[in-house]
Design a protein around this ligand. Sequence first.
Ligand code: C5P
Length: 219
Amino acid sequence: MPKTPVIALDGPAASGKGTLAQKLAAHYGFAYLDTGSLYRGVAYLLLREGEDPRDEAAAEAAARRFSLAAVEGADIRTREIGAAASVVAAQPGVRKALLDFQREFARHPPGDAKGAVLDGRDTGTVVCPDATVKFFVIASPKIRAERRFLELKAAKPGLTEAEVLADLEERDARDAARADAPMVKADDAELLDTTHLTIEAAFAAARRVIDGVFRRCED
Ligand code: C5P
C-alpha cells in the first residue's frame, strides 16, 4: 500500500462508531483517535474555567492550547460536555485549530502503528478526504438513545431515556446544520446501519469491506 492506511468512521452520536473503531484499530494494529474527545476536551477546559462555550474567542484560544494530556483522567463523557462540545465544534476557529493535530495523527500514527483509525463527524470528508476506507455509521434515534442511556444512567440516577433522546437529537441537528464541516456521509463512504446489528456483527461487516479494499490496494 502506497501511504499509511487510514480508516475513517463518521456518524451521529451513539451510532456505535466508537466501539467499532476501537475494535478495528486493535484488530489491524492501527492507532486510534476519537476525534470527538478533542471537541469534548476543549469544552471541558472552557467549562472548568467558567467560560461560555459560545464565546468564539475563548473557545478558539482553548482549542489552540489544547492537548490530550491537559484533559487526561477528566470525565469528558458527560451530557453537559457533549452538548458544549457540539457548540464549540460549530465554530470554524476551533475546527481549524484542531485540524492539524488530527491530520498529523493520520499521517504519522503514534507508536509506529501501521495505520490509523479515526472516528468523528468529518474524518472522511474534511480531515482525511483520501482515507483508504470510509464508513458512515448510523442507527435509529431510539436505539442510539437506549445505548447512550445505558452508558450514562449509573452516573446520573434520575436521568430518563427521553432526556437522552432529546440531547442526541439536538446535537445531531446542530452537527448536521453547521456551515463548517457538517456531519454528512462522504460520497465514497460505506453506509453501515447498526440498528439491528450486534457489535460483533457490525465488526464483521466492517472487516469484510476493509479486507476487500486492502486486497485491491495490494493487487
Ligand atoms: O463523538 P462525540 O459525541 O464524542 O462528539 C462530541 C461532539 O464533538 C459532537 O457532537 C460534534 O459536535 C463534535 N465533533 C465534530 N467533529 C468530529 C468529532 C466530534 O464536530 N470529527
